[in-house]
Design a protein around this ligand. Structure first.
Ligand code: NAD
Ligand code: LMR
Length: 327
């Protein structure tokens, strides 16, 4: 048995870093063979073919086949895992509403194609920005597919939050557990140190510096994407691919006992987050399904910031509803 994995934007930067990790078995584990289905726009199909030649040359034992498409219906046919990476970047003079509309033109037909032909166990991860709202558009246009199968990526933010906390406290990355990102994959996201732990101690107490948390840590994590763009001249690619691998691996294989991860998933109303928007929560996974962690401490400091990032997502939902992209 092999698993069909569709990657959109396959000729892009993230695609280039991601495809080799998938083919080597890091996405699904060492016992699962993979058939890759790559989707690109017609102008980039040739470049995707070049990447496919390199994948072939790597002689990965788990890689059974690679097909390249410029038609979403074919690219999603029979697929089990869909990584929606390709998106329309914001260009000069483009307003946020233009960006949402341009991405609607990508994620609406992709949602429809997933509904038309993906496998019954389809799992979707949206990476392309604005990731949460792109995921909402795809999900809203995928009639008959359970909403829970549509997720967006905040795992990069989660990993960044762990790395920054480890550096501040002098702890190892493996000493940090129970990190949670709440909200949107945008600078408004909220990395939560009230529930995160450093060697089992509440991270807020381990740090002991509210000013650092409020004025350095939270903005640093939230704006890390912009910091990378400034330094590299291009947005994060290998770390984004790595986070996508972490997200899907944990969704399929389950989270560690006592710990959780961050995934943007359709809200069920938990923590007073309006139902339906795709927002980041702490989740556990088991048997290929995710569950929002319940009963966590949400003091006023967190509440304010969660409300702020959730409000931003509601505004994005209202904007795409106005464009007729979601119901
Ligand atoms: P890139 O520009 O290098 O590649 C994007 C690729 O998508 C291009 O090859 C393009 O041809 C393709 N594409 C465009 N429209 C398509 C369509 N309709 N169907 C299939 N392919 C299509 O960009 P990148 O650096 O690989 O980043 C991809 C996206 O991921 C961007 O939107 C970026 O902002 C986002 N991103 C998200 C996170 C996150 O944490 N969620 C992190 C980093 C980057
Ligand atoms: C990131 O967090 O690195 C990216 O989402 C930044 C971007 O705008 O592509």
């Amino acid at each position: 048995m092999s698993t069909n994995v569709t990657v959109t934007g396959a000729a892009g930067q993230i695609g280039y870093a991601l495809l080799f990790r998938i083919a080597s078995g890091q996405l699904l584990g060492p016992d699962t063979k993979v058939r890759l289905k790559l989707l690109e726009i017609p102008q980039a199909v040739k470049a995707a073919e070049g990447t496919a030649l390199e994948l072939f040359d790597s002689a990965f034992e788990l890689l059974e086949d690679i097909d390249i498409y410029d038609d979403p219906t074919k690219a999603f046919e029979g697929t089990n895992i869909a990584l929606l990476v390709g998106a329309r970047p914001r260009t000069k003079g483009m307003e946020r509403a233009d960006l949402l509309e341009a991405n609607g033109g990508i994620f609406k037909p992709q949602g429809e194609a997933i509904a038309a032909g993906a496998a019954n166990d389809i799992k979707v991860l949206v990476v392309g920005n604005p990731a949460n709202t792109n995921a909402l558009i795809a999900q809203s246009n995928a009639d008959g597919v359970p909403a829970a199968r549509f997720t967006a990526m905040t795992r990069l933010d989660h990993n960044r939050a762990i790395a920054q906390l480890a550096q501040k406290t002098g702890a190892a990355v493996s000493d940090i557990t129970n990190m949670a990102i709440w909200g949107n994959h945008s600078p408004s996201m909220y990395p939560d140190l009230f529930n995160a732990k450093v060697k089992g101690e509440r991270a807020w107490d381990a740090v002991g510096d509210e000013n650092w948390v409020a004025n350095e840590y939270i903005p640093r994590v939230g704006k890390r994407g912009a910091e990378i763009i400034e330094a590299r001249g291009a947005s994060s690619a290998a770390s984004a691919a790595s986070a996508a691998v972490d997200h899907v691996y944990d969704w399929v294989n389950g989270t560690a006992e006592g710990d959780w991860v961050s995934m943007a998933v359709p809200s069920d109303g938990s923590y007073d987050v309006p139902e339906g928007i795709i927002t980041s929560f702490p989740v556990t996974t088991s048997g290929g399904e995710w569950k929002i962690v319940q009963g966590l401490d949400v003091p006023e400091f967190s509440r304010e910031r969660i409300n702020n990032t959730v409000n931003e997502l509601q505004e994005e939902r209202a904007a795409v509803a106005k464009l007729g992209l979601v119901s």
